[in-house]
Design a protein around this ligand. Structure first.
Ligand code: TRP
Length: 446
């Protein structure tokens, strides 16, 4: 790379791996299946698929396009479509960056737990039972140490830069993730009880349908595609001009949705397999146990009943979760890092050190005030700020940005687009439908 020129993904595949790596995370392998399980299975799946197409994908295209147009940090990319100099785009960009840091801090705590459940059975095997127990029991020290380790890993990848860090690690880890996934799904589906779960997941029972379910599915689709907090704007800014954005975005959304679907194929049957082994999956009132219990109690209990194979399956399962989490967390850290590099002139190394430090401090603040802050930070960042920022970007791309400019950007890498159905529909869709849908989510949540 010539000095002074900006980093870019080295290939289209590299970009797809990185963007899909960001999108595929705990939201897919944990959030989606547990939400599906507690919302009637198939009905949630159908509504979710719809939401990806009608809301998340058009928004993903918008964020990527703004980013690639700017070829700069989100602060500048947003300013680049603004008609005149103004502090407004910078303000929203900063809000996005802060939200990314908030998400990183709670995400790292959860990912830390997963790391604990990954290492614990290994320690058990070599006789370190006390340490193994410590890793699996809730304590301030454990939460802190593991979150720190996870943020450290994230920092290490981001430190190596866009191609050597983010792209390379995403390209390595994503295929491993898919491979592990396929093996586990095949295994689970051959177990006793799996078919009950499969039925719940694939045969719709319309009595579960509700407005809350629709809003839940919308929020889930939004989180899953890493929208709102300018992650996709940053990744778009590393995208070469000869890439067809709508098509590539559709591929990323397809991978993300495919993995979420696969996670449902794994977790829902696994619950019923666990039940066959005598593990409790419903509470006294007949409701499904909550998602933490599901992932951290039900599944390990099922692995235990499998004997020695179970140890391996358990390790694979948590390794899978952790890989998915890491390729997502790097995208969150990259947002503030890219801003510090371009706005403050910091070296990548320096930016990663101090911003990683801030993320650690935030995570520590949550760990020390777990009861009050954990849920609160999740709610503020994902329930309020993410849709709010999404709404802002839809307005930016649909209303603020001059239509000719938008077309010009989309046309690069996609010369025929002006005559396509996509171009007839998407800009107006972004203008009217996306803000209304997003406003609806907002209204219902408040
Ligand atoms: N999409 C990821 C997941 O499903 C998480 C994620 C990465 C994210 N970057 C994000 C969520 C930005 C919201 C905003 O787990």
């Amino acid at each position: 790379m010539a000095s002074g020129s900006r980093a870019q993904f080295s290939s289209k595949l590299g970009f797809i791996m990185a963007a899909a790596g960001s999108a595929v995370g705990l939201g897919n392998v944990w959030g989606f299946p547990t939400q599906a399980a507690s919302n009637g299975g198939a009905v949630f799946l159908i509504v979710y698929l719809l939401m990806v197409v009608v809301l998340a994908l058009p928004m993903l295209i918008a964020e990527l396009t703004i980013g690639r147009h700017g070829q700069a940090s989100p602060l500048r990319s947003i300013a680049s479509i603004w008609p005149k100099r103004s502090k407004v785009p910078v303000g929203f960009g900063l809000l996005g960056l802060l939200t990314a840091l908030m998400i990183l801090s709670f995400y790292s705590i959860i990912a830390g737990w997963l790391a604990g459940y990954l290492v614990s059975p290994i320690l058990d095997l070599i006789g370190l039972h006390t340490a193994a127990n410590w890793l699996e029991s809730f304590s301030l020290e454990r939460n802190l140490v593991l979150a720190l380790v996870f943020i450290g890993l994230t920092m290490k990848v981001v430190m190596s830069g866009v191609t050597d860090g983010i792209e390379r690690w995403s390209s390595r880890l994503m295929p491993v993730l898919v491979g592990l996934f396929v093996v586990m799904i095949i295994y689970i589906l051959t177990q006793d009880g799996a078919m009950d779960g499969l039925k719940m997941y694939l045969v719709p029972d319309m009595s579960h349908f509700s407005a809350d379910l629709v809003v839940g599915a919308m929020g889930q689709a939004f989180f899953s595609l890493s929208l709102g907090v300018t992650v996709m704007m940053v990744y778009g800014s590393y995208l070469p001009k000869d890439i067809n954005i709508p098509k590539t975005a559709a591929q990323v959304a397809a991978i993300d949705t495919g993995i979420a679907f696969g996670a449902g194929l794994l977790i829902l049957p696994a619950m019923f397999v666990a039940q066959k082994h005598g593990v409790q999956i419903y509470d006294q009132a007949g409701h499904l146990l909550n998602s933490d219990t599901l992932v951290f109690t039900v599944l390990p209990a099922m692995f235990d009943t499998m004997g020695s194979v179970g140890v391996i399956v358990g390790i694979l399962f948590f390794a899978l979760m952790l890989i998915a989490a890491l390729t997502s967390s790097i995208s969150m850290l990259e947002v503030p890092v890219s801003c510090a590099i371009e706005e403050l002139g910091h070296s990548r190394k320096k930016a990663v050190w101090w911003i990683g430090g801030v993320a650690i401090a935030l995570a520590a603040a949550i760990v020390f005030n777990f009861g009050t802050l954990f849920g609160l930070v999740i709610t503020i960042s994902t329930v309020y700020l993410q849709p709010l920022l999404g709404l802002v970007w839809a307005i930016c791309a649909g209303w603020v940005w001059h239509r000719a400019g938008l077309l010009e950007e989309i046309r690069q890498g996609n010369p025929e687009v002006a005559n396509s159905l996509f171009w007839k529909v998407w800009p107006n869709y972004l203008r009217y439908v996306c803000p209304i849908l997003m406003g609806l989510v907002f209204w219902v949540t408040i």
